[in-house]
Design a protein around this ligand. Structure first.
Ligand SMILES: [Zn+2]
Length: 229
């Protein structure tokens, strides 16, 4: 059972990395089959099995022997592990929600990492599904939350206006407000900011604009996992 879940998860991981990569190079979206990044030859179905293909091919393309990116395999393993760890036999609905959230947030994170943009349709559609999912089992909306959220959102829109915060970041935070409530969203932003600061201190040598969606997604995912019962 767990092996099955791991395989399903790793297939999703494989699909997400492929989609994010093709989002980076839009002319590749037209290609129907998967191909090698270096020699552009179409791959056979047995070259595409998540993780296993990477091991059997020893991390190299079957045709040109150039190294395959290890990044995709890491994402596949991570997604597979998440599908296994978050599984609980009694709570199927919550499990589906967690997996959905993980895939959606991972997809927009990869898009932001690679292109510094996020596709609007995926952002909105995923956000809408998150709110619908959440409203099914715990829709607690209180007025105090609304009074706190509205000024905070206006503040974020102002930050967005003066280009201190990306539009996608603002929208994602707004979605989190809807599904997590005020306090948990603030915690998500706190986790995101702390991890981003660590990232900048450790890895960033020059002052570039960093993709904030991956950090925000990480914080939001943690707070969802903590608060989902
Ligand atoms: Zn090749």
């Amino acid at each position: 059972m767990y092996l099955f879940l791991f395989l399903i998860g790793s297939c999703f991981g494989s699909f997400i990395t492929c989609y994010a990569y093709r989002f980076k190079f839009p002319n590749l979206l037209k290609k129907k089959r998967s191909f090698c990044d270096t020699c552009h030859r179409f791959l056979k179905p047995w070259h595409l099995i998540p993780i296993l293909s990477f091991i059997f091919l020893r991390g190299k393309c079957a045709y040109c022997k150039q190294p395959i990116s290890f990044f995709s395999t890491i994402i596949e393993i991570l997604t597979g592990l998440f599908f296994v760890i978050s599984y609980s036999p009694t709570e199927n609905f919550t499990y589906i929600f967690k997996c959905f959230l993980f895939i959606w947030l991972l997809l927009i994170s990869l898009q932001d990492l690679q292109t510094k943009t996020v596709s609007a349709s995926i952002l909105y559609l995923g956000g809408l599904c998150t709110l619908i999912f959440k409203s099914f089992y715990s829709f607690t909306f209180n007025m105090i939350d609304a009074f706190l959220i509205i000024p905070f959102l206006l503040f974020l829109l102002g930050m967005n206006y003066i280009n201190k915060l990306g539009s996608a970041d603002t929208i994602l935070i707004a979605i989190f407000f809807g599904s997590l409530g005020f306090l948990s969203t603030l915690f998500s932003i706190l986790i995101a900011s702390i991890t981003a600061i660590f990232y900048i201190v450790i890895f960033q040598k020059n002052h570039q604009i960093i993709a904030f969606i991956p950090f925000l997604s990480f914080g939001g995912l943690i707070m969802h996992l903590i608060t989902i019962r």
